[in-house]
Design a protein around this ligand. Structure first.
Ligand code: KIV
Ligand code: ZN
Length: 385
């Protein structure tokens, strides 16, 4: 099975979400958890952006040993030097340097010609390689760049010493077919592409970040980048937990493995949510509160007869210990009786039938029935404990 590296940028692109501001202690706690989660690379921050980010990247680089730690730098000597100071204590110092390549970014943001952009990128990568054994170069807004220009600049940055080439869909504009086709084209046209790592970096503006990342893998990407819970600028980045679980559950179809410790997913997701203050939508795939909750009577009955009737991912797989059968107004007698037994109540059919009528009345008034509600209900019906 082909191994896909997971590049986690929760602490850099993820922290760029509006309203998030993590301090060093919080970043370190998340980085330690990302190490348990099994991220191949952790992008700990952008050292030249602020003294706080510098400090966090340095602490993480000096602490985390089982994941490679990187930091982001603009294609500028001063950013590269600052990043080296922050990252020099890392087990395997890695730098992520980027420069925009799309016509709109080159003309309006950088105000540089394509030739100047090639020179700046080459100089930056050469300079970075004086310090770092591993240098990733990103063509910002690659998806909206001219593919022929991408081939030209990538050829040159590889010759300059880049060890990873990243092709971001910075504004989340790609469709899976187009993004996959771009990877295929680069694989076929860039000299020496097989000697470097090829990386995908997707944003979720059109809700396609995860599927675009997978399309890139199918077309030759060796690494995917994203964040926990999909947090990030605007609509966020590709959600890494979704990619890892999709590739695991459908390995029969895809045949890739990520090395992610799936059992750490729930814990990682909760920690990121708690420390960033970004709540997870209840129906979010894999880590949403309702991702494994069966509420309707028909689903609950099927689930109790054979879990696989309605469950393709088990909560145990991702270390989720919450009760899968949510009790509410759509629930049936089977799930109700089952919960009474697991709560230790001694049942006869007449009592359970009466209690079920009361339960339905309560469920019409209250969205979710908790075990405390059930305890009162069963004791009211004098069902023995
Ligand atoms: O989305 C993007 O282009 C980025 C780069 C800095 C890699 O985050
Ligand atoms: Zn990004």
């Amino acid at each position: 099975m082909r191994k896909i590296d997971i590049f986690d940028t929760t602490l850099r692109d993820g922290e760029q979400s509006a309203g998030i501001n993590l301090n060093t202690a919080e970043k370190l706690e998340i980085a330690r958890q990302l190490e348990k989660f099994g991220a191949t690379i952790i992008e700990a921050g952008f050292p030249a952006s602020s003294p706080g980010d510098f400090e966090a990247v340095q602490r993480i680089a000096n602490t985390v040993k089982n994941s490679t730690v990187t930091g982001l730098a603009r294609a500028m000597k001063s950013d590269i030097e600052t990043s080296w100071e922050a990252l020099r204590g890392a087990e395997q110092p890695h730098l992520h340097v980027f420069l925009a390549t799309s016509p709109i970014h080159m003309e309006y943001k950088l105000q540089k010609t394509p030739d100047q952009v090639v020179d700046i990128a080459v100089e930056a990568v050469k300079y970075a390689r004086k310090y770092f054994p591993l240098v990733q170069w990103s063509a910002e807004d690659a998806f909206r760049s001219d593919p022929e220009f991408l081939v030209r600049i990538i050829n040159q940055v590889i010759t300059a010493g880049a060890t990873t080439i990243n092709i971001p869909d910075t504004v989340g504009y790609a469709t899976p077919q187009e993004y996959g086709a771009l990877f295929k084209y680069l694989k076929e046209n860039v000299t020496g592409i097989d000697k470097v790592k090829l990386s995908a970096h997707c944003h979720n503006d059109l809700g396609m970040a995860v599927v675009n990342s997978i399309a890139a893998i199918e077309n030759g990407a060796d690494q995917v980048e994203g964040t926990i819970n999909g947090i990030g600028e605007r609509a966020g980045n590709a959600a890494l937990e979704e990619i890892a679980v999709a590739l695991h559950i459908r390995k029969d179809f895809y045949g890739f493995e990520t090395g992610i410790n799936l059992k750490e997913i729930k814990r990682t997701s909760q920690l990121v949510s708690q420390l960033t203050g970004v709540v997870i939508q209840p129906n979010k795939a894999v880590v949403g509160k309702n991702a494994f909750a069966h509420e309707s009577g028909i689903h609950q009955d099927g689930y109790l007869k054979n879990r696989e009737t309605y469950e393709i991912i088990t909560p145990e797989l991702i270390g989720d210990k919450t009760e899968p059968l949510a009790l509410g107004k759509h629930s049936g007698r089977h799930a109700f009786k089952d919960r009474a037994i697991t709560m230790g109540f001694n049942l006869d059919d007449e009592k359970i039938n009466k209690a079920f009528v009361e339960f339905k009345k309560l469920a019409d008034r209250k969205k979710e029935i908790t075990e405390d509600d059930l305890f009162i209900l069963f004791t009211d019906q004098q069902i023995e404990y």
